[in-house]
Write a protein that binds this ligand. Structure first.
Ligand code: ADP
Ligand code: MG
Ligand code: MG
Length: 247
C-alpha cells in the first residue's frame, strides 16, 4: 500500500526555484533509487521531505500515510517515521552515542526510555553491526571514520525503526566493505516492510539493495523512470541522453 505520495512539488531555496513540479509515489516495502546530475535537486528533495526550514515548499504536496506533511516540523516528521541519512553526518562534541540515541528514541515515542532495557537493546543492535560496545560512550561521530559514521546511522535507524529511509549519497566515499555493511544493515529494514529512497551516483550499492524503481531527476523534475537497467545505462553512458528529456 501507499506510503508516500508527492504531487507537483515546487521547492525554493533562498528564493530560487529548485524543484519544479516533482511527482513521486513510494509504496510500503519498495526500494527506489534517485539519480541525476549534480545540482538537479536531489538533496533539495531529501531536505524538503525532512522539513528543513530553508527549503520552502511553494506549491504541491507531500503526503505521508495519507497525511499532508508540508507544514510539519522536522521532529514531527521524524516521529511519523521519516529518517534522512546525510552525506556528511555532523560531529557532536559532548553528547555520547548512547545518550543521543536515548534522547532520539524518547523524543520519537514521547515517553521516557527505560534505561536497562534500552541499554540491552542498544548493545544487541551494536553487536549485529559489528560495533564494539565502547562506541556507546564515545562522542557522536567525533573522530569516527566514514564507515563508522555510517554504521552509527544504521544503528540509529535500528533504534528508531523508520518507515521511510532516505539515503542521500550515503555510499559516497565508502570503501567496498563499508558499502556491504551499510547495505546489509539497510536490507534488514526492507524485511520489516520499510521503504527506502536511495540517492546515489554509484551502482555498487545496488548490487546489494535491489531497487524496484530507478528515477532520474533533471532540473527539478523526474524525467524518466525505469528499473535497474536504467541505472546501469546511466553509469555507462552518463546523463546526456536523459538530460535531453528535460527540455
Ligand atoms: P543535487 O543534490 O542534485 O546535487 P541540490 O539539491 O544540492 O542538488 O542543489 C540543487 C540546486 O540548488 C543547485 O543549483 C544548488 O546550487 C542549489 N542549492 C542547493 N542548496 C542551496 C542553498 N542552501 N543555497 C542556495 N542554493 C542552493
Ligand atoms: Mg550534489
Ligand atoms: Mg546532493
Amino acid at each position: 500500500s501507499n506510503l508516500l505520495k508527492i504531487n507537483n512539488l515546487h521547492v525554493n531555496v533562498d528564493d530560487k526555484e529548485i524543484l519544479k513540479g516533482l511527482n513521486l509515489e513510494i509504496n510500503k516495502g519498495e526500494i527506489h533509487v534517485l539519480m541525476g546530475p549534480n545540482g538537479a535537486g536531489k538533496s533539495t528533495l531529501s531536505y524538503a521531505l525532512m522539513g528543513h526550514p530553508r527549503y520552502k515548499v511553494t506549491d504541491g504536496e507531500m503526503i505521508f500515510e495519507g497525511e499532508v506533511i508540508n507544514e510539519l516540523r522536522a521532529d514531527e516528521r521524524a516521529k511519523r517515521g521519516i529518517f534522512l541519512s546525510f552525506q556528511h553526518p555532523e560531529e557532536v562534541q559532548g553528547i555520547t552515542v548512547e545518550n543521543f540515541l536515548k534522547a532520539a528514541k524518547s523524543s520519537q515515542t514521547g515517553q521516557l526510555v527505560k534505561v536497562i532495557e534500552f541499554k540491552r537493546e542498544l548493545l544487541n543492535k551494536m553487536s549485529k553491526l559489528e560495533m564494539s560496545p565502547e562506541y556507546a560512550k564515545r562522542y557522536l561521530n567525533f573522530g569516527f571514520s566514514g564507515g563508522e559514521k555510517k554504521k552509527n546511522e544504521i544503528l540509529q535507524m535500528a533504534i528508531l525503526n523508520p518507515k521511510l529511509i532516505i539515503l542521500d549519497e550515503t555510499d559516497s566515499g565508502l570503501d567496498v566493505d563499508a558499502i556491504r555493511i551499510v547495505s546489509k544493515g539497510v536490507n534488514e529494514f526492507k524485511s520489516k516492510d520499510a521503504s527506502i529512497l536511495i540517492i546515489t551516483h554509484h551502482i555498487k550499492i545496488l548490487d546489494y539493495l535491489k531497487p524496484d524503481f530507478v528515477h532520474v531527476l533533471v532540473d527539478g523534475r523526474i524525467v524518466t523512470t525505469g528499473d535497474f537497467k536504467l541505472a546501469v545505462e546511466i553509469q555507462e553512458k552518463g546523463y546526456d541522453a536523459v538530460k535531453a528529456l528535460a527540455n
